[in-house]
Write a protein of this length. Structure first.
Length: 543
């Protein structure tokens, strides 16, 4: 058992923990509102606003349509049937199971929108109002991870290393600064492990575990399912004689979740739109995990230490490392199976668990010389050296711009947070606030959801091409085209724009694919981009 380091007083532990939390707060909150919500964030915020207004999140509020933001494969002739009359588009997306017949949203759990609604209700329909609850969840994860590791492993160095690894994970920070489920899912992952330890070797019943897992499902049903499955399997393997109690707990949790599984139609979610083969998605997920979450070399070291010291390890600690390792393996298999594309966002939520595994390996490897954990921490934070072996075996994706000397994501975090890069969403929205009337209709090919959140205007377009050609009663007054976007139906937009004369507005907003997208594959430097098109219609004629 790892006892408190000689000479490390409780006061020093408290000071170190406070310093780590303070660092986390600084990195999470600094310039939090400088960049406006981007597409995915705004989807959460818009649905939160609509839930407060209608009592439920709806895809259509009578003016603007919000969909799951995924490209379909219809040809231009088929697509044009629903680019005019709103009802045709609504009927199509209801048939695609985006939402129920009355456009009640079912693609994500409603707890996510309830969390955003709290901030918006308190602080208004602002950037801070949307993001604050999620940033607070990210901040809370840091001291909880520290205390959990400190208690379970009885090791102050391990707790400090684990929490510092999390705080210094650039992409975990960028995701935790979003109005999205990422930080909340990380928080619930830690809370679920805490409740699991309390149940399995803490002398308590499963009630807390069931309650925490149930709440987690309400904000991110995609991640909680494989994690809970791994934990139940670990419980059965560790104590098969208690299988009745374990299965009973599982049955209770399953029974309480079943109505929501049915409501969200999870049993009929298809994978027909998945990108590439399963092996290709697995490879992408493996790359993201190794590069930004848990190096495979560290994972293999954990397995080796477990095997070598199986009989001498404290049972509770051994079980916790096994469960954490199982969670990482489970997510590695689950994500390419159920998702369309293996974005980093799906695995970054496991960063707290990965930090705990890494800290355990580092401190165990240091042995009696636990001060050696400090240089190891520095290497892990600043360099990708532990990730290089796998990088050498498999070709990195085309978007990857890393190197072998230092972690480029640290530079990415600095550029996004401290360098005041131009934000196309903020520039466009602020210009429209000053120059457009609330009734002016705005045609935009992508990043339409942020406009719905910040502006009162009717919004046309998006990937859904909603009302792009609906000119029977009103005409679009402004058009915004991001020509960097390659996944929208351009023929429809070109056709509509070609019907009128337009005056280009003098706005120097960069034409990048996304706004504040935290994913490394979305790291388009706006300082080097051409300008997007913002134009005002100057005639009513057909051309």
């Amino acid at each position: 058992m790892m006892m408190r380091q000689p000479g490390v007083s409780q006061r020093i532990e408290i000071l170190v923990q406070a310093a780590i939390v303070a660092l986390a707060a600084f990195l999470l909150f600094w310039e939090l509102t400088e960049k406006y919500l981007w597409q995915d964030e705004a989807a959460t915020a818009v649905l939160a606003v609509r839930m407060m207004k209608f009592g439920r999140p709806v895809g259509y509020d009578g003016v603007n349509l919000l969909t799951i933001d995924m490209q379909d494969d219809d040809d231009d002739a088929t697509l044009s049937k629903r680019t005019r009359e709103p009802q045709a588009a609504i009927d199509y997306f209801v048939a695609q199971k985006n939402y129920k017949a009355d456009t009640t949203w079912k693609w994500q759990p409603w707890g996510l929108f309830a969390i955003a609604a709290v901030g918006i209700e308190i602080l208004g329909q602002t950037t801070l109002g949307a993001r604050l609850p999620f940033v607070l969840a990210g901040l809370a994860t840091v001291p909880l991870l520290f205390r959990f590791v400190r208690k379970q492993f009885d090791s102050f160095p391990m707790a400090a290393v684990a929490s510092m690894l999390l705080v210094c994970n650039a992409y975990w920070l960028l995701h935790a600064r979003q109005c999205r489920y990422y930080s909340v899912s990380s928080l619930f992952m830690v809370l679920t492990l805490m409740a699991y330890a309390r149940w399995q070797w803490g002398g308590r019943g499963p009630a807390a575990f069931i309650a925490v897992a149930w709440c987690w499902f309400q904000v991110d049903y995609g991640t909680v399912l494989p994690v809970v499955a791994v934990l139940f399997l670990e419980a059965l393997a560790a104590d098969w004689k208690a299988y009745r109690k374990t299965l009973t707990a599982g049955a209770i949790l399953g029974a309480t979740l079943l109505p929501f599984v049915i409501f969200y139609d999870l049993l009929h979610r298809g994978g027909s739109d998945q990108d590439g083969t399963w092996l290709e998605r697995f490879g992408s997920n493996m790359f993201n995990t190794n590069e930004y979450v848990l190096p495979v070399l560290i994972f293999l070291a954990a397995v080796f230490i477990l095997a070598l010291n199986w009989k001498t390890l404290v049972v509770a600690q051994r079980r916790l490392v096994v469960a954490a390792s199982g969670i990482m393996v489970g997510l590695m298999l689950w994500i390419p199976t159920v998702t369309v594309y293996s974005f980093l966002r799906y695995i970054i939520v496991a960063a707290p668990v990965a930090a705990m595994i890494t800290a355990w390996v580092v401190v165990r490897a240091a042995g009696k010389h636990q001060w050696m954990a400090l240089p190891a921490l520095v290497v892990l934070v600043l360099t990708p050296w532990f990730s290089l072996p796998l990088r050498a075996l498999a070709k990195p994706p085309d978007w990857f711009a890393g190197n072998a000397l230092y972690r480029r994501e640290l530079e990415d975090y600095r550029a996004r947070v401290f360098d005041h890069q131009p934000d196309p969403n903020r520039m466009v929205i602020d210009w429209l606030r000053k120059n457009a009337k609330p009734t002016d209709e705005i045609l935009i090919d992508y990043e339409d959801f942020p406009l719905m959140y910040y502006l009162p205007n009717p919004i046309r377009g998006g990937i859904a091409t909603f009302r792009v050609e609906d000119d029977a009663k009103t005409l679009p007054k402004y058009v915004i085209l991001r020509r960097a976007v390659d996944f929208v139906h351009w023929p429809v937009y070109y056709r509509e724009v070609g019907r009128y004369h337009w005056e280009t507005m003098p706005l120097k907003a960069p034409d990048v694919m996304w706004g504040n997208n935290p994913d490394p594959m979305g790291d388009d430097d706006p300082r080097k981009a051409p300008l997007l098109l913002l134009a005002r219609r100057v005639d009513d004629g057909k051309h």
